[in-house]
Ligand binder design. Structure first.
Ligand SMILES: Cc1cc2nc3c(=O)[nH]c(=O)nc-3n(C[C@H](O)[C@H](O)[C@H](O)COP(=O)(O)O)c2cc1C
Length: 357
C-alpha cells in the first residue's frame, strides 16, 4: 500500500527535490534570493513572470542557477480576452482613486502587460524543470514544445472541472488552489472566481479523486500541521506563498511583511480592486472602501491594474499598508520572519514527525 510519505517521496524523486515543499509563484514577490534559499533546503523555487519582460525572465533563471543547484518553476498567467473599455466609467474610477493616491492620468489605463508569446519563448529558452500556468491552459502547440524539451507542466486549478480539463490538455501535475490562498484566484473564468470559492479541505480530495496525475496543494498552508493535513488528504506536495513572504529573502515592503504577522484569517478579503481579477488581500482601508456597494465597480483586468498603479507605488514608497497591494492568504499570521532555508527545513521536519516518518 502506498503511504502518504511514499507518495511525497515519489514526487520528490521525479522532480529532483529533497522535500515536498514548493515556493508558490508570486508575481512581484519572487526575488531570486528566495528561490535560491528554498532550493538550497531541497524545495522548489518559483518565478511569477506575469509582469516581467522576456529579458527579465532570462536574467531571473540565470541568477537562480548561479546561486543554487535547485530546480525551479517558471509561471505565467494565461491571458484573458481583451478587456471591454468604458471610458466614462474609467473616469469615475480615476476620481475615486484620486481620494487614495495621486491623480490618475487619463492615458494610465492604456498600459499593457508584457507580450505573452514573447514571455513564453523566454521561458522555453531558459529550460526550467517545470513551467506552470494559472487562469487557464497553455495552447496545444506550446504544450507540445514543453514536452519536447522535457519540461513538466504544472496547471493551477480551483475546481475539479478545471483539474479534469488540465489533465486532458496534457498537464503533468495539478496544483489545487484553495480559496484560502493569498493573491489572485486561478479560476479559468474570471466571472466565477468569487462564486466558486472552495476551501482546500473540500477541494483537495475532490481534485485527487478527479484526476490520475499527482496533485500539489496550495492555499492557506503555512505550518507543519497544514503540510501534514494536505499530504493526508491526498496531495503529493505543498506549495506555499504567503508563508514565505516574511522571510528576509522575499524582500517585500516592510509594512506588508509586518502586517502579515498580525492578519487573522477573517481579516483577509477577496477583491477585484487592485487588478480587476479577484484576489485575496488584507482587508485594508482602500480594499474595504473599494469593495463597498457605493464605490465604482473595478474595471476588467488589466485596466484596473493600470489605474491603481500610481496609488500602489505611492503607498509602497510611503510604507502605507492601507493603500498598498497587500495580498495575503488566510493563514498569514502563521508566516514566520526567519531565513527561508531554515523555515523549509523546520516545516518539513515538523510535518514528517506528525506523519510518523
Ligand atoms: C503576492 C502574491 C503574488 C502571487 N502571484 C501569482 C502569480 O503570479 N502566479 C500564480 O500562479 N499564482 C500567484 N499567486 C498565488 C500563489 O501562487 C499561491 O496560489 C498562493 O500564494 C497560495 O496561498 P497562500 O498564500 O495561502 O500560501 C500569488 C500569491 C501572492 C501572495
Amino acid at each position: 500500500m502506498t503511504t502518504t510519505l511514499d507518495r511525497a517521496e515519489a514526487f520528490c524523486a521525479r522532480f529532483g527535490l529533497r522535500l515536498p515543499i514548493l515556493l508558490a509563484p508570486m508575481a512581484g514577490a519572487c526575488s531570486p534570493s528566495l528561490s535560491i534559499a528554498v532550493g538550497q533546503a531541497g524545495g522548489l523555487g518559483a518565478c511569477g513572470g506575469l509582469l516581467m519582460q522576456p529579458a527579465a525572465i532570462t536574467a531571473w533563471a540565470q541568477d537562480v542557477r548561479a546561486g543554487s543547484n535547485g530546480a525551479f518553476q517558471l509561471n505565467l498567467w494565461i491571458p484573458d480576452a481583451a478587456p471591454l473599455r468604458d471610458t466614462a466609467h474609467e473616469a469615475k474610477l480615476r476620481d475615486f482613486l484620486a481620494g487614495f493616491g495621486p491623480e490618475v492620468a487619463e492615458e494610465a489605463a492604456n498600459a499593457t502587460p508584457p507580450d505573452f508569446n514573447a514571455q513564453c519563448e523566454a521561458m522555453l529558452a531558459a529550460g526550467p524543470a517545470i513551467i506552470s500556468s494559472i487562469m487557464g491552459l497553455y495552447p496545444p502547440d506550446f504544450v507540445a514544445r514543453m514536452k519536447a524539451q522535457g519540461i513538466a507542466w504544472f496547471a493551477i486549478v480551483s475546481t475539479p472541472a478545471e483539474a479534469r480539463a488540465a489533465e486532458a490538455a496534457g498537464a503533468d501535475v495539478i496544483v489545487a488552489q484553495g480559496a484560502e490562498a493569498g493573491g489572485h484566484r486561478g479560476s479559468f473564468d474570471p466571472n466565477l472566481a468569487e462564486a466558486q470559492s472552495v476551501g482546500l479541505f473540500s477541494l483537495l480530495p475532490a481534485v485527487v479523486d478527479a484526476v490520475n496525475i499527482p496533485v500539489v496543494a496550495t492555499g492557506g498552508i503555512a505550518d507543519s500541521r497544514g503540510i501534514a493535513a494536505a499530504l493526508t488528504l491526498g496531495a503529493s506536495a505543498v506549495q506555499i506563498g504567503t508563508g514565505f513572504l516574511r522571510c528576509p529573502e522575499a524582500k517585500i515592503a516592510p509594512a506588508w511583511a509586518d502586517a502579515l504577522g498580525q492578519t487573522a484569517p477573517e481579516a483577509t478579503i477577496l477583491t477585484r480592486a487592485f487588478s480587476g481579477r479577484t484576489g485575496r488581500s488584507i482587508a485594508t482601508d482602500y480594499v474595504r472602501q473599494a469593495n463597498a456597494a457605493e464605490a465604482p465597480a473595478p474595471a476588467p483586468y488589466p485596466v484596473q491594474r493600470a489605474l491603481t498603479q500610481a496609488m500602489r507605488d505611492q503607498a509602497t514608497r510611503d510604507g502605507d499598508i492601507q493603500r498598498m497591494q497587500a495580498w495575503a492568504g488566510q493563514s498569514a499570521a502563521l508566516a514566520q520572519a526567519r531565513p527561508a532555508s531554515e523555515l523549509v527545513t523546520s516545516l518539513w521536519d515538523g510535518a514528517r514527525a506528525l506523519l510518523g516518518g
